[in-house]
Design a protein around this ligand. Structure first.
Ligand SMILES: C[S@@+](CC[C@H](N)C(=O)[O-])C[C@H]1O[C@@H](n2cnc3c(N)ncnc32)[C@H](O)[C@@H]1O
Length: 223
């Protein structure tokens, strides 16, 4: 599975690699189902038409967690292709079990840092939509640099989105919503859209709601 790292000085990452508890079912899924839905690091860059065996609108979801939202949206929009990116192994295993049950053909999973995927695995403006739902908020000031939404990340997403493409983010952490708005306001590549949402509720969203946090959807159109 994906191990492609970046060469050069160590980049600040938006996650901490944790092994996590992989259940027996997830272990089987990772061994048996990965060849069908998993994507290995490409020698060059990914050809998405070959990967999905068709031409279709392409959605990337970054940080799928347990993959429930990815599965729901992929079932809801069978005419679109979904690339789910996650670094946490149990989440990938959980999602593979869901894929087996639903038998969805329009989903592929990547186990790698989404920044590496955007930078090295993909080329050109190949995506119609990028979803980033409840990214780790890194609330402590000294950890703010770990937040995935930074000017360089936004520029990278802009490079991979087709003109008119959608960047949909959501967070339950008010200071992160403000940070996202500041970073996106400074980008000439995106214009803000109304805060509608077509996404299903996520696991982290429910947790945020239990804690009394306000949920914010932040959507931007690639110019
Ligand atoms: C707070 S959880 C939210 C999960 C899910 N979107 C939800 O709302 O339930 C954030 C997830 O993003 C993943 N993540 C963080 N940084 C990432 C990166 N650079 N590339 C891929 N996944 C990442 C983490 O492993 C974690 O599962």
């Amino acid at each position: 599975m994906g191990t492609t790292g970046q060469t050069g000085p160590r980049r600040v990452r938006s996650f901490v690699r944790r092994t996590g508890r992989v259940t027996a079912g997830q272990q089987r899924a990772l061994a048996e189902l990965w060849p069908r839905w998993g994507v290995e690091p490409p020698a060059d860059t990914l050809d998405l038409d070959t990967l999905f065996g068709r031409q279709a609108p392409r959605v990337m979801e970054i940080g799928i967690g347990n993959g429930d939202v990815l599965l729901t949206m992929a079932a809801q929009y069978p005419e679109q292709d979904f690339l789910g990116v996650e670094v946490h192994e149990p989440g990938i295993g959980h999602c593979l079990l869901g894929l087996e049950k639903a038998g969805l053909d329009n989903v592929r999973l990547i186990r790698e840092d989404a920044v590496v995927v955007l930078q090295h695995w993909l080329a050109g403006a190949c995506l119609d939509r990028v979803n980033l739902f409840f990214p780790d908020p890194w609330p402590k000031k000294r950890h703010h640099k770990r937040r995935i939404v930074q000017p360089a990340f936004v520029a990278l997403v802009a490079a991979r989105l087709k003109p008119g493409g959608l960047l949909h983010m959501a967070t339950d952490w008010a200071p992160y919503a403000e940070h996202i708005e500041e970073v996106l306001a400074a980008s000439a590549d995106f214009v803000p859209l109304a805060a509608d949402s077509d996404r299903p509720p996520t696991k982290f969203e429910r947790r945020g709601e239990r804690l009394g946090h306000e949920i914010r959807d932040l959507r931007y159109r690639r110019q």
